[in-house]
Design a protein around this ligand. Structure first.
Ligand SMILES: [Zn+2]
Length: 209
């Protein structure tokens, strides 16, 4: 069967003119292995999705993603921050700290979330075994900004320490997602190949109740 050449289809061209564009646009068939469904998007936005660190998707620019959405990821275990005396941080990229985490305990589960918020939930497990969710403030991981060279941030160039602290201090996710499109990420054939290389196993995800 020979399909009509839609670039010559008068009603479409009239519509394109009305829209004020010369471009033909881009169309991607829905593929559930690459694209989030509506309910997955909603889960990612609200409670977030738990995924073992070994299964987190890393984009060619080293940012983190779940299917076709960029995400932040953090360790939701409140005890971990207490034991390590660290203020909770979220990751925007596959940084040196995540690499170390993966090498030490690849099955540790991180929470992936697309929501922009001041606080995110930590899971607190008391000695009695009682489990509760506790909202807590977070800061961005500086190693991630280094990995992405976000705003030219470089954690090892001391002469630029003042500048680096300014970038860290002023960091906000809303602006980050203006620089790095959050959703929907588009997979041209080249990106899909990169993904296939980076992602050998399909992630098994489950939400936090
Ligand atoms: Zn990081």
């Amino acid at each position: 069967m020979k399909l009509a050449d839609f670039t010559e289809f008068v009603p479409f061209n009239a519509l394109r003119k009305q829209m004020g564009t010369d471009r033909l646009g881009y169309f991607e068939l829905f593929d559930p292995t690459l694209h989030l469904t509506r309910s997955e998007r909603s889960e990612l936005e609200q409670s977030g999705v738990l995924l073992s660190i070994a299964n987190i998707k890393v984009l060619p620019d080293r940012a983190l993603a779940l299917k076709n959405s960029r995400v932040i990821a953090y360790n939701p275990n409140e005890n971990w921050y207490r034991q390590h005396r660290e203020y909770p941080t979220y990751h925007t990229a596959f940084c040196s700290q995540l690499e170390a985490f993966r090498a030490a305990a690849a099955d540790t589960e991180f929470l992936l979330i697309s929501r922009i918020a001041e606080d995110y939930n930590l899971v607190k497990i008391r000695n009695s075994g009682e489990v509760s969710l506790q909202p807590h403030g977070f800061v961005v991981c500086k190693h991630c900004l280094h990995s992405l060279r976000c705003k030219d941030y470089d954690e090892f160039r001391n002469r630029r320490r003042g500048y680096g602290q300014k970038v860290l201090g002023e960091f906000n996710l809303k602006e980050f997602y203006r620089l790095y499109l959050q959703y929907p990420l588009s997979f041209g054939s080249r990106s899909v190949q990169n993904f296939a290389k980076l992602q050998s196993d399909k992630p098994q995800s489950k939400g936090i109740e």
